[in-house]
Ligand binder design. Structure first.
Ligand code: 13P
Ligand code: SF4
Length: 305
């Protein structure tokens, strides 16, 4: 089947199943193009909550598809490739978090949404890169265990001085790889370009940025900015959406910024999963019940950028 035929079949099935296709900003262009909604982690969770579709086809990594299921326990959520997993989310598990909590019994646990459903179930409130500062400011406790992204935690520390943030030693391999050298090399060639980076980047990279945003924060910012050129310090596929929505502007992506897990979802896999309604996201009722609380608290707090 060629691409056009696959797209037609996906559209037919979408109608027949009453399905919605949600895709993260890092998905490959073909997948972004057939999605009903493309967004960041917070936007996707919000969309998953609002939808009246009976089937959610989730194009992103595991923790995002799990969040859609937690927020929609009665709906079918399919994740076209179960191997599309976020390595950072795998850097914290329930047992190790338990030891950390025992050592800091007075602390509240704020979980970046890049965590598994099992881990969310033993935390107090979730956040995304778009509202981490807002969420941490909102908690009453002085001591906050923040899991699992050290770089995001260090970024938040720049804005919050009245809390003791206890950071987990996790990182996103894709963002941690981004270097100041790579960015400054592009800046040398394009001196008018604004540097915009994701808060999962290392502190040295944050230091040279003009702005720090979640992926949707970047989309929102560049559409209103006067500048015509931007160096984008996040997974390079976001530039596909930025170019598509801002034809008069130029975006420079970084060669090193690739998340191979996000690339596992293809049009063929989307079609296959819609035909078979497999693989489904399956979680126990108890996990859903417990993990829903921190996710709901995060959604109630809303966007921060
Ligand atoms: P956003 O919520 O900013 O889209 O980030 C998700 C993510 O996985 C970044 O690596
Ligand atoms: Fe996980 Fe990093 Fe990929 Fe985002 S870019 S899904 S944090 S590995």
């Amino acid at each position: 089947m060629d691409k056009k035929e696959i797209e037609t079949k996906i559209k037919e099935l979408k109608h027949k199943l009453n399905a919605v296709i949600l895709a993260h900003n890092y998905q490959i262009p073909d997948v972004q193009d057939i999605a009903d909604f493309v967004g960041d982690s917070l936007g996707l969770s919000m969309k998953a909550m609002e939808t009246d579709a009976e089937v959610i086809v989730f194009c992103g990594v595991d923790f995002m598809a799990e969040s859609a299921k937690i927020l929609n326990p009665d709906k079918i959520v399919v994740h076209p490739d179960k191997k599309a997993q976020c390595p950072m989310a795998a850097m914290v598990d329930v047992e190790s978090l338990g030891w950390f909590k025992d050592k800091n019994p007075q602390a509240v646990v704020v979980a970046y949404v890049n965590t598994t459903a099992d881990v969310k179930a033993v935390t107090d409130v979730c956040c995304t890169s778009s509202n981490a500062i807002k969420v941490i400011k909102s908690v009453k406790e002085k001591d906050v265990i923040f899991i699992p992204d050290t770089n995001l935690g260090l970024y938040v520390k720049r804005f919050i001085h009245d809390k003791n943030l206890i950071l987990w030693p996790g990182i996103c391999p894709t963002h941690h790889r981004i270097s100041e050298e790579e960015i400054l090399e592009i800046k040398k060639q394009h001196q008018n370009a604004e540097i915009i980076v994701h808060p999962e980047c290392r502190p040295e990279v944050i230091d040279i940025a003009d702005h720090v945003f979640s992926t949707q924060g970047m989309v929102n910012y560049v559409s209103k900015a006067d500048s015509k050129e931007f160096i984008i310090g996040t997974e390079k596929e976001l530039c596909y959406r930025l170019k598509k929505e801002n034809l008069d502007k130029t975006f420079y992506s970084l060669k090193s910024a690739v998340c191979p897990n996000m690339k596992r979802i293809t049009l063929e896999k989307v079609l296959k999963s819609m035909k078979s309604l497999e693989p489904k996201v399956e979680l126990s009722e108890t996990t859903i019940e417990k993990a829903k609380l921190p996710l709901q608290r995060m959604i109630d707090i809303g966007r921060g950028d």
